[in-house]
Design a protein around this ligand. Structure first.
Ligand code: FES
Length: 113
């Protein structure tokens, strides 16, 4: 895809229950495939600096590896302390066997740690 705020990933690259990370316009996005669907979110925890793809995905719950906060991948809301702020979610669609992710317009700037 030509747009610097988008990327496309073959669906076959991610199995159910797995995560993968892509950098889109300098922003790390974690893509989570669950039995309920596929979701794209910022990969950096809102509590402190930790990469969420290094944690665990349990159903629709994404668990931070550093202090154990968890988030609902469907909408980014925090499910467990110590994080209190939601993760930013990004638009995702499946087109011809590829996952297309587009950064939310208000999240197009690279993340800061
Ligand atoms: S950095 Fe994720 S819970 Fe603290």
């Amino acid at each position: 895809m030509a747009d610097a705020t988008r990327c496309a990933i073959p669906l076959a690259e991610i199995a159910e229950g797995q995560m993968l990370v892509r950098s889109i316009n300098g922003r790390e996005v974690v893509i989570c495939r669950t039995q309920h669907g596929i979701y794209a979110l910022d990969n950096v925890c809102t509590h402190a600096y930790a990469r969420l793809n290094e944690g665990r995905l349990r159903g629709t719950r994404l668990i931070c590896p550093l202090h154990g906060a968890s988030f609902d991948v469907r909408d980014g809301r925090p499910l467990g302390a110590p994080a209190t702020r939601p993760l930013t979610t990004h638009d995702l669609r499946i087109v011809a066997g590829r996952i297309e992710v587009a950064l939310r317009p208000d999240a197009a700037e690279p993340q800061s740690g």
